[in-house]
Design a protein around this ligand. Structure first.
Ligand SMILES: Nc1nc2c(c(=O)[nH]1)N[C@H]1C(S)=C(S)[C@@H](COP(=O)(O)O)O[C@H]1N2
Ligand SMILES: [Mo]
Length: 499
């Protein structure tokens, strides 16, 4: 069966256009990498901002990292479709004027214009233009053989697709190979291997020596720290350009630049963060050693007059809470002895002890003091995550010891109330014993580890619960993360024969 030639033309045009779009996205990536100047950033971030709240909640609580990957991929696809449509339009317009040889130029110009609009970056747009134009060149190559039109069309389509693929591979591989490229810049904030200051090293050593040695249990300073980002592509503000503005209901509006913050006396604080959107036994709970400046250092000068505060960030994120919580707040510029990594809010983020992770605003740009309460990003989507964290004991590992005993362990966290003890039941909650706890770390807002070792033959149910520093037992009522954080006691069936 042969298709009418007009259909074939249209199919070819569509394929070439889409290939132009894919190649344009790859071309931009090759030049600017995983930065906010990447041409897909605007649309990728808009997919999250504009998505219905239920979808975002589902993506975060159920899909987790997969959810953000899907959101990012849809952003890439949508950008390729937009740029592809632009490229296809340019090719059609040129063909109508009977000058098909001008098509790569037309595609390049059209893609460049739209890409500048999307990314605000000439470099990024140039990369996109070259990517798109290369496919147009491949598609417009004159045939040498006297093949039939049908064969020729499919050859052009394959050639366009292959060119897009090649640009994609070169773009991604090229970025990965460059030291300043996508992979490198997000990991150490460009710090390289500068020596860790002595007082920081001492605290890290202390955390290491107090960590329980339990196979599979993360140490007290987390090896890998969880991430929650509303943007698909994180901001990457340069330190020289960064400042935080304290304004609104203040006696004196104040702006603090990075070098001013840097010049102030620095503290080091061990502090734990926990996301309200995690599952009951989830792992969005981590601890780091943060370096920075107490927020009072600049708040005193501004002299807040209102009862509430809104923190705003470079990614468009914003969270509101009672101003009192700022008193113990911290502006962190370092993490575990290194400059704060991009993923965790470089160059500076807020840390508000004892509160759910969400008000620990990353890439902080504004502290706005308010007279009236307002609604933050997550609260607009139905969450209640601006207050103090709930108490939780996690059951993260089950091991068989060399001596044959069973070993269960995890972490427990109760914010600034502290963890007084962790209780374990190995009979489904009938009887309880106290678990062994890690020695407390310095700091008012840090987790503890727990471990319990015992003899068991048959399958049994292990249940854990923490008791906070006020003597209050972790609530037993079960609840999903949405809207106020997960609740209940973690329990697991342990089968000694399977360990
Ligand atoms: N600017 C900004 N700050 C943010 C977020 C964000 O998406 N953007 N996520 C918040 C949430 S929901 C949590 S739980 C913590 C997570 O911090 P982390 O990514 O460093 O672990 O950051 C908070 N601060
Ligand atoms: Mo969170």
């Amino acid at each position: 069966m042969t298709l009418p030639s007009s259909w074939r033309r249209a199919a070819l045009g569509g394929t070439v256009a889409l290939a132009c779009g894919v190649s344009a996205v790859a071309g931009s990536y090759a030049v600017v990498g995983d930065s906010t100047a990447f041409v897909a950033t605007t649309i990728a971030n808009a997919t999250v901002t504009l998505a219905p709240a239920v979808l975002v909640t589902f993506a975060i609580t159920v899909l987790g990292d997969l959810g953000s990957d899907i959101a990012y991929l849809s952003g890439l696809a949508a950008t390729a479709a937009v740029l592809g449509t632009v490229a296809g339009g340019a090719r059609l317009a040129v063909a109508r004027r009977g000058r098909p040889t001008a098509s790569p130029v037309a595609v390049g110009v059209a893609v460049a214009v739209v890409s500048v609009g999307l990314s605000g970056s000439l470099q990024s747009a140039l990369g996109a233009a070259v990517g798109g134009a290369l496919v147009a060149v491949a598609a417009d190559l004159r045939e040498t053989a006297t093949a039939s039109a049908a064969v020729d069309d499919s050859r052009r389509a394959v050639l366009s697709g292959a060119t897009a693929l090649a640009v994609g591979v070169v773009g991604v591989a090229g970025r990965r190979a460059t030291p300043g490229g996508a992979a490198g810049s997000s990991i150490d904030g460009g710090a390289g291997s500068a020596p860790i200051p002595e007082d920081v090293a001492a605290l890290l050593d202390e955390a290491e020596s107090k960590s329980l040695s339990v196979d599979g249990l993360e140490p007290l300073v987390s090896d890998s720290f969880y991430r929650v980002d509303v943007a698909n592509v994180d901001p990457d503000p340069a330190r020289e350009d960064w400042s935080v503005r304290i304004h609104g209901a203040v006696a004196e509006e104040t702006t603090v630049s990075f070098s001013e913050a840097e010049a102030m006396d620095h503290d080091h604080r061990l502090e734990t963060l926990r996301c309200v959107g995690e599952s009951l036994n989830g792992e969005k709970l981590d601890t780091a050693l943060w370096t920075g400046v107490p927020l009072t250092a600049f708040l005193d000068e501004a002299d807040p007059q209102g009862e509430y505060v809104m923190l705003r960030a470079a990614d468009g994120f914003y969270e509101e809470f009672p101003v009192d919580a700022l008193e113990d707040g911290f502006l962190a510029v370092g993490m575990n002895g290194r400059p704060l990594p991009r993923a965790h809010g470089a160059p500076a983020r807020a840390l508000i002890p004892g509160h759910w992770g969400e008000i620990n605003v990353k890439w902080l740009t504004e502290i706005e003091i308010l007279d009236e309460p307002a609604t933050g990003y997550w609260e607009e989507r139905g969450w209640h995550g601006t207050g103090p964290v709930e108490t939780v004991a996690k059951l993260w590992v089950e091991n068989r010891r060399p001596d044959g005993r069973i070993e269960v362990g995890g972490a427990a966290y109760a914010g600034t109330r502290g963890v007084e003890r962790v209780e374990v039941s190995t009979d489904g909650g009938t009887t309880w014993v106290e678990a062994e706890l890690s020695e407390p770390l310095p700091g008012d807002d840090v987790w503890r580890q727990w471990v319990h070792r015992y003899e068991a033959e048959g399958r049994h149910e292990v249940v854990v619960r923490a008791v906070d520093g006020t003597g209050t037992v972790q609530p037993r009522e079960e609840a999903e993360a949405y809207p106020s954080g997960p609740s209940g006691w973690v329990s697991k069936t342990v089968d000694p024969r399977a360990l």
